[in-house]
Ligand binder design. Sequence first.
Ligand code: NAD
Length: 361
Amino acid sequence: MKIAILPGDGIGTEIVDEAVRVLGALDLRFEMETEPVGGAAYAVHGHPLPERTLKLALEADAVLFGAVGDYRYDTLERSLRPEQAVLGLRKHLGLFANLRPALCYEQLTHASSLKPELVSGLDILIVRELTGDVYFGQPRGRRTAVDGHFPGSLEGFDTMRYSKPEIERIAHVAFRAASTRGGKLTSVDKANVLETFQLWRDVVTEVHAQYPDVELEHMYVDNAAMQLVKAPKKLDVLVTGNLFGDILSDEAAMLTGSIGMLPSASLNESGKGMYEPSHGSAPDIAGKGVANPLATILSAAMMLRYSLGQLDAAERIEQAVNTVLSAGLRTPDIWSEGTRKVGTREMGDAIVSALAGKFEA
Ligand code: NAD
């Protein structure tokens, strides 16, 4: 099993180091190879996604990614900015399905912005389509308006579109995920206003016929945004398009308290994936040794489960995270009175010890 390790910028290197140590502590053999990506790659090779980094990502069985983004490169032309590396990897690896669990650890319910009783036991999976929708639809740009409310004025425009096969393949990913969880899928759309999402609703309904064990409900996106803060535990698996998924997955993330806890997986048709924390490169805390490495460690667990077929190892990591949190260890982002504040390295050490059955609070 070959894993491409792409740490990236800011806290990326610190948190990926810990995830690599955790993978190394398992009784499994991996080949792990590291290449720079993002601003770190631009600094060395003059491009955020150099050819050798892309080559490694393409030939590996899975990619473990930290985060990219560095304010020093914010004035570069758009194609050279660090964030372009993520878009390039998604495109070249065909990563169309983004899986974002929002799981509220019992030990961290107080960190949520919602009342503990609303989030205690929360376990939602958002399946977001990642390569289509208004983010990629052509034509797009600026032009002089010929009609609308202000003909003759400058206007910006984008194109929202989804083809039937694009909707079918993400629906299959979501139905399969739902059938291994609570057996319930909520498809989020805006079929009452948008043609694209009327087609979305029709196609998801059609695909449902192949999954009789899964209960399907359709929900408008505005209602989904409300339900996520009103009664999130009534939701289990949500599937939606790129734009709505972008927004709803961040909303769901906040229900769990800290972005430092949330892993993600982006998969292609053959199950190969890129695994990364849901947060960015956090330049404000980079180099201080205080970043929470758990989102990245849990991303490594998702990698073992979804791309490398190592379900036991994935569960062992998740269990180790539980053990360490129950013992009261907290990085500053999830710290509260009465718990023990630790840094990035100490949190990694604790997970490694817990995996070896040697952890002592
Ligand atoms: P961010 O997620 O990096 O940080 C937001 C806040 O959360 C900050 O206060 C940060 O300190 C905190 N935070 C994030 N991760 C944390 C962790 N593991 N432990 C503790 N605290 C954590 O978002 P931002 O500040 O909007 O963006 C910073 C840079 O990251 C930008 O350049 C942006 O483009 C980039 N970014 C990259 C990705 C990616 O690589 N996929 C995703 C989002 C943002």
